[in-house]
Design a protein around this ligand. Structure first.
Ligand code: FNR
Length: 188
């Protein structure tokens, strides 16, 4: 099983990337967790550049999603919404609509922000966008507020409650993949 982890921030010291790193130990040993760090290379969406000659970073992202059994996204919130670079990447992923690799893919959205609310609006909007792509958006939530106070010097979450919530997110993701596999077998 493969899970693609996507941090929605481009920042070197990103709290959202740290949140994803904390999930690594929560997956069973046979799960491959791919961390996709190519967001900065994705150009602004241009329909003229889409199609068979789509930019390399876009092809790479589409392929990485297609290879994955599930996707885990940790996003910051910019001005109460999805950071532009992340929304832009999923605009690329969304085409062609009928065959986009997010279709029916289990996906969990989590996030961290330095504000008191943990980026809940950004997460809600991202879930809406992923729903428009036909993804199987999982009913899980993890919003880490005051992110600058939540990680130690090694990037580990210091609050056990958030670690528990992250465990629940990972478990839900694993269950969704297992159910999907069972359904595919049943209909095969
Ligand atoms: C922010 N931040 C922010 N936080 C929040 O909870 N709600 C918001 O609307 C915003 N708006 C916002 C706009 C812009 C342009 C920036 C740069 C920042 C703060 C944000 O949560 C904080 O910078 C996080 O640390 C970003 O996540 P990473 O980069 O640490 O993953």
């Amino acid at each position: 099983m493969r899970v693609l982890a996507i941090p929605g921030s481009l920042r070197n010291d990103s709290y959202n990337a740290k949140l994803l790193y904390n999930s690594v130990e929560l997956f069973p040993a046979d799960v491959v967790l791919d961390l996709w760090a190519g967001l900065k290379s994705v150009p602004p969406y241009d329909e003229d550049d889409d199609g068979v000659d789509a930019p390399a970073a876009v092809v790479e992202l589409r392929d990485a999603i297609a290879r994955a059994d599930a996707v885990l996204i940790a996003t910051p919130e910019y001005n109460h919404s999805i950071p532009g670079q992340l929304k832009n990447a999923f605009d690329w992923v969304s085409r062609p609509v009928a065959t986009n690799p997010m279709r029916n893919k289990p996906v969990a959205v989590i996030g961290a922000s330095t504000s008191a609310f943990g980026g809940v609006w950004s997460q809600a909007e991202l879930r809406k966008v992923l729903g428009a792509l036909g993804a199987r958006v999982l009913d899980v939530e993890l919003a880490v507020p005051h992110a600058h106070e939540r990680f130690d010097q090694f990037g580990r979450l210091t609050d056990g409650n958030f670690m528990e919530q992250l465990t629940a997110v990972v478990d839900t993701l694993l269950l969704a993949v297992a159910e999907r596999e069972a359904r595919i077998e049943l209909t095969a």
